[in-house]
Design a protein around this ligand. Sequence first.
Ligand SMILES: CC[C@H](C(=O)O)C(=O)SCCNC(=O)CCNC(=O)[C@H](O)C(C)(C)COP(=O)(O)OP(=O)(O)OC[C@H]1O[C@@H](n2cnc3c(N)ncnc32)[C@H](O)[C@@H]1OP(=O)(O)O
Ligand code: CO
Length: 151
Amino acid sequence: MKLGRLNHIGVATPSIADSIAHYRDTMGATQITAPFDLPEQGVKVCFVDTPTHSTGSGLSESGGTQIELIEPFDESSPINGFLAKNPAGGQHHVCFEVPDIEEARAEFEAMGKRILGPTRIGAHGTPIFFLHPKDMQGILTEIMETPKEAH
Ligand SMILES: CC[C@H](C(=O)O)C(=O)SCCNC(=O)CCNC(=O)[C@H](O)C(C)(C)COP(=O)(O)OP(=O)(O)OC[C@H]1O[C@@H](n2cnc3c(N)ncnc32)[C@H](O)[C@@H]1OP(=O)(O)O
Ligand SMILES: [Co+2]
């Protein structure tokens, strides 16, 4: 396994609208996508872009790791348990990129890491899977195949 790019940090929230206001008004985010529903994943989601380089460096201001805001889509959402324990929301998962999702899945399986459910299409439109937090130093870890245009 070769550590890939940190694509996003997943942040669970009871209100995606409130969280957008926080990142826009408190943190000064300028690039936030409109929220969209992923019913098959049980969440409403949007992305807050962070700068690639230090602000003020004059270098590209976007294209960096994103904050992925996720709100339960319905009562069967996989994040309801987390929000029951953390009613104000909080850091939920991290997501690293890999070049080939099936190769990565086989490697983690060979290491004895529990994979949660099937490989499916995530919010960036590419295949993803999740690794159980108890096998990943306490951090729910999402693995995502790098979007083709990014190669
Ligand atoms: C896919 C769209 C989008 C994208 O980026 O493309 C997303 O990322 S959507 C993200 C939402 N989807 C998921 O999270 C799917 C994977 N998650 C799961 O299958 C569950 O949430 C699971 C199994 C991680 C937790 O299930 P549950 O909330 O029912 O809690 P459990 O009691 O079963 O938890 C067992 C154990 O794990 C601890 N736990 C739970 N959630 C987390 C977490 N986010 N980070 C760290 N640890 C977590 C929980 O406290 C339990 O520990 P224990 O010591 O036994 O109390
Ligand atoms: Co995610």
